[in-house]
Ligand binder design. Structure first.
Ligand SMILES: [Zn+2]
Length: 350
């Protein structure tokens, strides 16, 4: 018997066979659509880096194409599942589209995708396109993609993986279904990390509890990030990124005289700048949180007292102003503004 059938709109659904950690709501939603036969042609799967977007997409694709030889969906037993769920999927009807070495996903890739989508699937009812880092699509590519989803061949499903949905055109967002993957709660992240990281991870947990704790806190609820962080080089790099974000927020809040010098020394690539801003926003979120609630969980500071101490130096108004400036910089960078110009503009906001 499948365990814990859940009722959705009066119907009973099997437990799913997806191995993505947590995110039961998103999994139930997609399984329900498959079972009801109400699949849409395009879904945006959003979430943090390392938060399981790609795994979720491949498992969704496997679930759609599954020939149901077991009770779970995907069953993991049929020929289709075996091709789709291998570490490197080899299913001919699951097609990955990515920017490869380029900085953006351009119109040529989307034009090629549209041509390919006209051809019937090789061995299934559907052809599923997984578009990696869809938020790096240029505006021209996004417009070309809009044409693809306006009149899609009936056998096509697009899964767009995306960290920053604000980088997508409103018209594109409004024509797609959204599935957002949430950060894992700490206890689940901890148990999944011990499981997925194998003996090496458990050794760190048992012998270096500080390092283990730091990986969990720095991972922001993302299992992929936590696994990466357990390698010490990655932890060192991540610690440096977080320190720079903390420094940036402190300098912005205090309107430090060397803020411009600090920013002018930064030589960031676009994704690094977005990382810096995302971390800075986490610092701000914690500062606002401790001002409003004595118990709400922290997302940046491992030590609540430290967050309270920092937040106590500034007014609510100052903190909110800085949050807005960072948000504007993030949007500008996502829309291809020069990185330093965007950061300088944020620093100027008073
Ligand atoms: Zn199957």
């Amino acid at each position: 018997m499948p365990k814990s059938d859940r009722s959705i709109a009066g119907e009973e659904f099997f437990t799913d066979g997806m191995s993505v950690a947590g995110n039961d709501e998103a999994k139930r939603y997609i399984i329900a659509e498959i079972l009801r036969g109400t699949l849409h042609h395009a879904y945006i799967i959003s979430g943090k880096r390392g938060g399981g977007k790609r795994t979720f997409a491949y498992q969704t694709a496997a679930a759609v194409l599954c020939r149901r030889e077991g009770e779970k969906i995907p069953c993991g037993k049929c020929a289709s599942c075996k091709k789709a769920l291998r570490e490197k999927a080899i299913h001919p009807d699951i097609i990955s589209v990515s920017r490869k070495e380029k900085t953006a996903l351009g119109i040529d890739s989307i034009r090629a995708l549209r041509m390919d989508a006209q051809l019937l699937p090789s061995e299934s009812e559907y052809k599923i396109y997984i578009i990696e880092e869809a938020d790096t699509m240029t505006e021209a590519a996004q417009n070309a993609f809009l044409l693809a989803i306006e009149e899609p061949p009936p056998h096509v499903i697009y899964l767009l993986l995306c960290q920053d949905t604000s980088a997508l055109l409103d018209t594109l967002r409004s024509r797609t279904q959204k599935l957002s993957l949430r950060p894992l709660p700490m206890p689940l992240l901890e148990s999944k990390l011990a499981e997925a990281g194998g003996a090496k991870a458990r050794k760190i947990r048992d012998q270096s509890p500080h390092e283990w704790r730091e990986a969990l806190v720095c991972a922001d609820g993302s299992l992929g990030a936590a696994l990466e962080l357990l390698s010490s080089a990655e932890m060192k790099k991540r610690r440096g990124q977080r320190e720079r974000a903390f420094m940036l927020v402190c300098k912005m809040l205090s309107q430090s005289s060397d803020l411009y010098l600090y920013l002018s020394r930064m030589k960031y690539k676009r994704d690094e700048a977005q990382r810096l801003i995302a971390d800075s926003e986490d610092v701000i979120r914690d500062m606002l949180t401790v001002k409003k609630s004595a118990t709400a969980p922290m997302c940046f500071f491992a030590d609540r007292g430290e967050a309270e101490n920092e937040a106590g130096k500034y007014t609510m108004k100052q903190i909110i102003k800085t949050a807005e400036a960072l948000c504007e910089a993030s949007v500008a960078i996502a829309h291809n503004a020069a990185i330093q110009t965007a950061l300088f503009a944020a620093a100027c906001a008073k």
